[in-house]
Design a protein around this ligand. Structure first.
Ligand SMILES: [Zn+2]
Length: 302
């Protein structure tokens, strides 16, 4: 059995290895690649074939926990994993081998060792979220509470700090969990290309929301997203560039009259009236007309 120091070293190395392969957490990783991690010269898979919880034989605690991809309609892919207090929840395993698996997660809580959460974003593709810590067990609800920091604790219901903590945790969950998962799903749908200009360099691309995620209708499903390069994302958010429900780019009229350098001419003005260059292959991943319409109305009225 590994010492606690070794368990921590393994986790540090696994997280550094993932950072290298995911552009520091911006990109998803395949199931196949997750099996190729090595620790001290030995292959040590980060995902278990057929089980949601991965505890290597030499370890006392779970190393990775996995949430399978569920094709999303209107539902947020992580909706069932969020507690009212903002802390994410991970469902306990059911089935024949479940008690050993659940025990491995409980041990991660007792030892306060970080785990890696593999969030399914497409069949056999995962967005790793790490480090996460198990900060509570709620057996009556068959779930564990997770946090992004070992020092976090679940707020006592009704305590004066409850609302303050909730606000902070909701914001952190959005940054650490929702945004990377949304980004991965949008990038996969658009084949890592800007919908407007087809630029294909991952580091210059964002997953933009059609309806902002702070808005009630701002669901984090791919159909509310667009892969946009940094310049077109900024232009879209600034109301310089609009996308009509029939997927045609419009440029604001006062901008069309402006004269500037080549990027402005070719990268902005020349797009007026052109259809989107890249769309998801799967029909249900394409931008929803009613969401585009809502946003386009605001573009036209600006
Ligand atoms: Zn672009």
């Amino acid at each position: 059995m590994m010492s606690l120091d070794d368990e921590l070293a393994l986790r540090r190395e696994a997280m550094a290895w993932l950072a290298l392969r995911t552009n520091d957490g911006s990109d998803a990783i395949s199931r196949d690649e997750l099996t190729r991690f090595t620790f001290r010269g030995e292959r040590l898979t980060l995902i278990d074939q057929g089980r949601g919880i991965r505890k290597p034989r030499e370890c006392r605690a779970a190393l990775t926990i996995m949430t399978v991809f569920t094709p999303s309609g209107r539902r947020r892919p992580y909706e069932d994993v969020l507690g009212a207090d903002g802390f994410p929840r991970y469902k306990m395993r059911a089935g024949a081998r479940s008690s050993a698996d659940n025990h491995a997660v409980l041990t991660a809580m007792e030892l306060q060792v970080p785990v890696i959460w593999l969030m399914g974003v497409a069949p056999s593709w995962f967005q790793p979220v790490y480090p996460v810590y198990v900060i509570g067990a709620e057996p009556e609800l068959d779930q564990f509470a997770l946090a992004y920091d070992a020092a976090q604790t679940l707020p006592l219901a009704g305590s004066p700090m409850e609302e303050v903590i909730r606000h902070y945790v909701v914001r952190e969950t959005r940054q650490r969990l929702h945004q990377p998962v949304f980004r991965s799903m949008v990038m996969r749908a658009y084949d890592t290309q800007c919908a407007v200009c087809s630029l294909g360099h991952s580091q210059l691309l964002d997953a933009a929301h059609i309806v902002e995620d702070s808005h009630e209708a701002g669901i984090a499903a791919v159909r509310n997203g667009l892969a946009l390069c940094k310049i077109h994302h900024a232009a879209y958010d600034a109301g310089i560039l609009g996308i009509s429900p029939d997927l045609v780019v419009g440029i604001r009229y006062d901008i069309l009259a402006e004269v500037d350098g080549p990027l402005f001419e070719h990268g902005i003005k020349a797009l007026h009236g052109r259809p989107l260059m890249v769309l998801p292959r799967r029909r249900k991943d394409r931008p929803a007309a009613e969401l585009l319409d809502w946003r386009y109305e605001r573009f036209l009225s600006a």
